[in-house]
Design a protein around this ligand. Sequence first.
Ligand SMILES: *Cc1c(COP(=O)(O)O)cnc(C)c1O
Length: 371
Amino acid sequence: MIPVNEPRIGPRELEYVNECLQTGWISSEGHFIEGFEHAWADYCGMKYGVAVSNGTVALQLAVACLDLQPGDEVILPTFTIISCAQAVIYNGGIPVLVDCDPRTWCMDVGQVEAKITPRTRAIMPVHIYGHPVDMDPLREIARRHKLVIIEDAAEAHGAEYKSARCGGLGDINCFSFYANKIVTTGEGGMVLTNSETINSRLRSLRNLCFQKERRFYHTALGYNFRMTNIQAALGLAQCENIEMAVQQKRWMGQEYTRRLNRFENLQLPVEEAWAKNVYWMYGVVLNESTGMNAVDFAKRLAEGGVMTRPFFLGMHEQPVLHARGLYIDEHYPIAERLARQGLYLPSGMTLTFAQLEKVCDVVGEEINRKQ
Ligand SMILES: *Cc1c(COP(=O)(O)O)cnc(C)c1O
């Protein structure tokens, strides 16, 4: 079986992690934390980086900085991971949804303005599968309506929008470093900002709102969302190698596209003129004319030795959110189609040329196979 995604761990990772183990700096203190925070913020062109336990809590802390009042709204794409919606809900707000752009699968920026109400506080663009959101029109809307932009760049390490890095395009920008992300710490995340106030707020919230002057005296409730020095050691080593990782992903994406282009019943990822796609996951959308949905297609590919993963199921189709009275009669046709017809092919850092060839051969055989 060709795996969907596996991390690549090099000698520098071993060296840095070993240093933590040998020196005993294994908790959330130690120089790798600051080293990783600086390196990553710098890479994305932002001033401050705050390392946290994972991408889900990175989003939760970013939204916490908005001080939402109950009923305040944050606009986000329906086609995303539930972390985005729950970050808003856990902070007392309401996630308000828009559909996707049918080409990039990212939020349809043209639908955002119609969703703005007097309660709207922020917009949360999510760069899907490595392709950036069309940020300029979104930033223009945010500027006009005085809204904060919380960027979710978990899937877009190294991706660019008009030559500026994703994760450097919003006010509070979030990353995940989960094992399947381009830069990984196993579990981990980071929040980036240019605001000194938000930076100290994030640092305080991540560490139980301890105070420097009087440690066990609290004026606010926080969380333990700290990252360990061991994870940061892994992250810094990965970060120092990101150019190669991004090159590998782009090679993979371009090679897949070159080979799969001839199948008319398969929609492939795009790279808009203003975008640098990092193909975090190489997604394909199957045309209904094949008589198959993504589940049928995935079964066939698995029989051919190719592992796949399904696309997101939209937030408006989630029972847990319906149970809260959200999105009961809402429909987003693009996201609904992607959820049913989309899957992603093996896209890991360890994918070899021979494996990629094999995947394309199996896709070609299975897509035209009669029952
Ligand atoms: C992976 C991911 C997250 C969540 O990250 P975790 O580290 O797994 O909590 C958030 N948003 C997006 C878009 C992701 O792909």
